[in-house]
Ligand binder design. Structure first.
Ligand code: NAP
Length: 481
């Protein structure tokens, strides 16, 4: 076994040709790529190694953004340019905390930035939540986007009513994917296994339920508006739900809250539409909270508590009125937020589901943990659009660069120091060149079906592409130098 006890190869000025600043980034989504970009643009000489547990990069841009929203995937072109920059290396199919420990990373790098996002989801914590038919929206999203973790999930769309709890943009994505016809999805990069199931869906009514009023809904108006222009589904809004309390009216009158007002106007347009005629309906309902899921062996209906709002404008919370309602449904998706997952050896806040930090510096209690940094959803929680992560990662990298005088300046080997460990554990590291081969194969598969790509949804399929490569160099994992 290689001794990784100390990887200090001497001391020179840090951030120079003789002693480049070596940074490991854990996670290859937007926050990771923007951190890499900021580091590679910085004045010191920097070498960045990005670790990713999957064989494919780009995180939620690949496996979270809806397949019918290709424009939102355009940042991938920026990430591709970053990945091809001198000083950047991608190490896919390596799980930090399993294949390589955080302590081992710290031995080989001057700094580590965790940008591993929020890989799990919040639960409602109500009776019956575990019944078959009750799912996390995050699992459904991963499934239709071909994420290997969710490849084998089963979503039974043989009933007529689907319920979505929550009113953020993920809820709208789930609603739209359930509402669209197969023809509307066929030429997107939706996973083939999902398209097959969705094409057979018997869902007729989709009910998207918020616990507060239309003024507090988290979805954004362009996403909401799309629900009004689907081929086979009409949006349904009860005009009575648009009668707001005084505090909500004050919220919408606030000029800094124009986005909410625009969503409200879209809801008004939906409420004014004539009776639905399309085969599916998407009902958008407010001021209700699920308190129990019930059914004999699987989900059959849910019990909803009606709410009223209490509190000052912008601080209103849902309070139960005591009035309840039952709603029959065969499938339910809770879409109430993503949640970060702890990495062994790194402090974690189990309440917020984030790595505790001060300005991107990881903290343990009150003390800063030298050399450990964080950015993106695992830093601030699951909020914001893709571009929000750029700003966030620049702030974290600025903190790291400001800390350079305090970092241990010993020369570090980077990923070369991990080769023995990875070999010993039989990890087939997927390099960026490997990913480019997999990418090309996905695009070629998609072309046959008129899709931008047909994703591989299993690691084995991706490794098979590499094994089938024609040159010996492409077949074998590249030695880490
Ligand atoms: P989100 O925007 O935070 O929405 C979460 C929803 O869940 C809110 O309606 C929230 O209501 C509700 N909720 C939370 N806890 C609940 C509970 N215990 N019971 C009932 N309802 C509850 O989260 P998201 O939809 O997962 O989206 C995450 C981020 O990704 C957001 O920033 C979103 O904009 C972004 N995103 C963007 C796009 C896009 O641009 N097209 C697509 C997908 C996601 P309250 O407000 O009452 O808490």
């Amino acid at each position: 076994m290689a001794d990784l006890g100390t990887q200090d190869l001497g001391t020179q000025d840090l951030g120079t040709q003789d002693n480049p600043l070596r940074v490991a980034i854990v996670g290859s989504g937007p926050a990771g790529f923007y951190a890499a970009e900021a580091l590679l643009k910085a004045a010191p000489v920097v070498l960045v190694d990005m670790f990713e547990r999957l064989a494919s990069p780009f995180g939620l841009v690949r496996s979270g953004v809806a397949p019918d929203h290709p424009r939102l995937k355009e940042p991938i072109h920026v990430y591709q340019r970053i990945a091809e920059s001198p000083g950047f290396r991608f190490l896919g199919n390596v799980t930090i905390g399993r294949d390589i420990s955080v302590a081992e990373l710290q031995n080989c790098y001057h700094a580590v930035i965790f940008t591993c996002g929020a890989q799990s989801d919040r639960t409602m914590d109500i009776p019956g939540e575990e019944l078959p038919g009750s799912h996390a929206a995050t699992e459904f999203v991963g499934w239709y986007n071909g994420h290997p973790d969710y490849r084998n999930r089963v979503f039974d769309l043989s009933g007529t009513t689907a319920v979505i709890i929550g009113q953020g943009n993920v809820a709208v994505d789930v609603c739209r994917i359930l509402a669209k016809t197969a023809d509307e999805l066929r030429h997107s990069d939706i996973a083939a296994h999902a398209l097959e199931v969705l094409a057979e869906s018997r869902i007729r009514d989709i009910v998207m339920i918020g616990r507060r009023s239309p003024a507090q809904a988290k979805f954004t108006h362009p996403e909401l508006r799309e629900l009004g222009s689907l081929a086979g589904c009409d949006p349904v809004v009860n005009p009575r739900d648009l009668d707001l309390d005084a505090a909500s009216r004050a919220e919408l009158a606030d000029k800094s809250n124009r986005a909410a007002l625009k969503s409200y106007e879209v809801l008004q347009q939906f409420a004014a539409r004539s009776a639905p005629t399309r085969p599916r309906r998407c009902h958008i309902e407010f001021l209700k909270t699920p308190i129990e899921l019930r059914g004999e062996g699987r989900l059959e209906y849910l019990v909803l508590m009606h709410n009223r709002l209490v509190g000052e404008p912008s601080h209103q919370v849902a309070q139960p009125t005591g009035e309840t309602e039952e709603l029959s449904c065969s499938i339910l998706f809770r879409s109430i937020g993503y949640r970060g997952v702890a990495i062994p050896g790194v402090p974690f806040d189990p309440v917020r589901g984030v790595i505790p930090n001060r300005d991107g510096r990881v903290i343990d209690g009150a003390a800063v943990t030298p050399g450990l940094y964080v950015s993106g959803w695992i830093k601030r929680g699951p909020t914001g659009i893709i571009g929000t992560n750029r700003e966030d990662s620049v702030l974290t990298v600025n903190a790291l660069l400001a800390d350079l005088p305090q970092l241990d300046a010993g020369v570090r080997p980077g990923a070369a120091g991990l080769q023995a460990r990875l070999d010993e554990r039989g990890v087939r590291v997927v390099s960026y060149a490997d990913w480019q081969r997999i990418d090309a194969a996905e695009i070629a598969r998609g072309a046959a079906a008129g899709k931008p790509r047909e994703k591989f949804t299993r690691l084995d399929e991706m490794l098979d592409v590499l094994a089938a490569a024609t040159t010996p160099r492409a077949k074998a994992a590249e030695p880490i130098t």
